[in-house]
Design a protein around this ligand. Structure first.
Ligand code: SF4
Length: 134
């Protein structure tokens, strides 16, 4: 089962994270106590899928497949969370690192930082909820 979080507990936004490195810990830290853990495949008005961390070439196909799988469930905003999914981060010149999530899939937003703050994710989710009202 893919873990998901009903961020507001009302089905408006479900977060699914694909954690690959340190930025995944920032995502964990961002999840509010009021969020409800759900199956990541649970339908919602909108889903936010974050890819948090360094994308190695070895995992590239799996990451792309995981993101596209989420898109098939319903309306989805794909977020590259951190410098690594933006452009490879500190490993930008490593042969084994993908130089950006957008080389694999369509990305709707990038959140800068190494790592970004947990609050930055909360802002993105609030914006998504406002963009896709009932
Ligand atoms: S952006 Fe920085 S903190 Fe985030 S996964 Fe990459 S190296 Fe780690």
């Amino acid at each position: 089962m893919v873990r998901g979080w009903d961020w507001y507990g009302d089905g408006s936004v479900v977060l699914v994270d694909i954690p690959l490195a340190c930025c995944g810990l920032e995502i964990e830290a961002a999840i509010p106590e009021t969020a409800v853990e759900v199956d990541g495949d649970t339908p919602a008005r909108h889903r936010v899928v974050t890819v948090s961390g360094t994308i190695t070439t070895a995992l590239a196909d799996d990451v792309a497949a995981a993101v596209e799988s989420q898109r098939t469930i319903g309306p989805t905003t794909v977020v590259g969370f951190g410098a690594c999914p933006a452009a490879g981060g500190p490993y930008w010149d490593a042969y084994s690192v993908v130089k950006g999530l957008d080389q694999l899939v369509q990305v709707d937003r990038f959140v800068p930082g190494c790592p970004p703050t947990p609050q930055a994710l909360a802002v993105v989710i609030a914006e998504v909820r406002d963009e896709f009202p009932r």
